[in-house]
Design a protein around this ligand. Structure first.
Ligand SMILES: [Fe+2]
Length: 349
């Protein structure tokens, strides 16, 4: 079946590649698995070519591991040496498959190739389309986070947890990338780091409305997690959510699955907390609204390999939390879900 290029999709993708500063003489590669998002592959190639780039498409066979929710790091590119080398030779890679947390992604980035992940449907790409203003705010947030030696977040529900910082880098996502070797996810706006090994202690209380991204589920009943030296030591709660989380993490049969992963906050003023309730249950949708919505504290469990750490467990839970307060070395950044530093605030918030 021949592909028609959708004019609206081409407009959106061309604007995105302009933000990524794709220019004549650059090489842009597109990576996809099987027939997934083949319309995106064709349209990104036309957009990149329109901007004067040389373009090619690497397509690999799909496997059950590709993009499976909550199971990360193993991709259909693993072991495909010639495909990996081709992607390393490109200036920019548009990843329609999902390389995040894989050693292949790190190797391609190390070669200087900037990577843009794009897996959300077009209506989400448009709704959350990035801006340079948003990037500036996220990068200012990065400066705050880089200076901090400790991150603490609390909630009226009983959350109080401290992360010692500095061992691992601070990372940002603002929905596009024009920097060699840098990865981003179109669309998104948040920032995060990883606590020091053994340096995370406290209590996290998940409350109704917090989001369990792996299950595309809003928490219904309180869940209390106790964290000692970077690991969850207890998951308590009488409702189904505590049972689901316990059973899910336990199913990996990996003690490293209980580790605490990245921590940070959301800054996207057009991402919506309620989104998943409205259309996010669609199979084609991912969770970028949930990860990015303005003022959420994004708590997560599992690996630290994205930061160069040793834990590459395949069990990863992203849990955006509402109504939390976040402090960096006792300076308040977020107050009950509202960003309070004037220069970090979006217009109208
Ligand atoms: Fe995550």
């Amino acid at each position: 079946m021949a592909h028609m290029i959708d004019a609206e999709m081409l407009r959106v993708f061309t604007a995105e590649l302009e933000l990524c500063k794709v220019k004549p003489g650059e090489t842009v590669a597109v990576l996809s698995a099987a027939t997934t998002r083949s319309d995106y592959a064709q349209t990104f190639m036309v957009a990149a070519q329109t901007l004067g780039a040389n373009v090619f498409h690497v397509n690999v066979p799909d496997h059950a591991t590709a993009n499976k929710a909550g199971v990360i790091g193993k991709t259909p590119l693993a072991g495909n040496r010639s495909a990996i080398e081709a992607l390393k030779a490109a200036d920019m890679l548009i990843d329609l498959m999902g390389l995040l947390f894989s050693s292949e992604q790190l190797e391609i980035q190390a070669a200087g190739t900037r990577i843009l992940l794009c897996v959300e449907p077009l209506h989400v790409l448009k709704q959350m389309f990035p801006t340079t203003e948003q990037r500036s705010r996220v990068e200012l947030g990065v400066e705050y986070l880089q200076k901090a030696s400790e991150l603490r977040f609390t909630s009226a529900a009983g959350t109080d947890i401290r992360y010692s910082l500095k061992q691992y880098p601070v990372m940002s996502q603002y929905g596009y990338t024009d920097t060699p070797g840098r990865w981003d996810h179109f669309p998104s706006a948040f920032l995060f780091t990883q606590g020091n090994d053994d340096g995370i202690d406290g209590t996290v209380v998940l409350m109704p409305g917090d989001i369990l991204c792996a299950f595309k589920r809003y928490i219904q009943d309180p869940v209390k997690m106790t964290v000692k030296k970077g690991y969850i030591t207890a998951i308590e709660g009488d409702g189904i959510d505590a049972a689901l989380i316990r059973d899910y993490i336990d199913s990996f049969r990996d003690p490293r699955a209980y580790a605490i992963s990245h921590i940070g906050w959301g800054m996207h003023e057009r991402a919506n907390w309620y989104h998943m309730m409205a259309t996010g249950k669609l199979q084609e949708e991912r969770v970028m609204n949930a990860l990015s919505f303005y003022g959420n504290v994004l708590f997560s469990t599992g690996p630290n390999s994205e930061f160069g750490g040793k834990n590459d467990t395949a069990c990863h839970l992203d849990i955006p939390m509402r109504n939390c307060s976040l402090y960096l070395d006792n300076q308040q950044i977020v107050d009950a879900g509202k960003i309070v530093i004037p220069e970090l605030k979006a217009a109208g918030w």
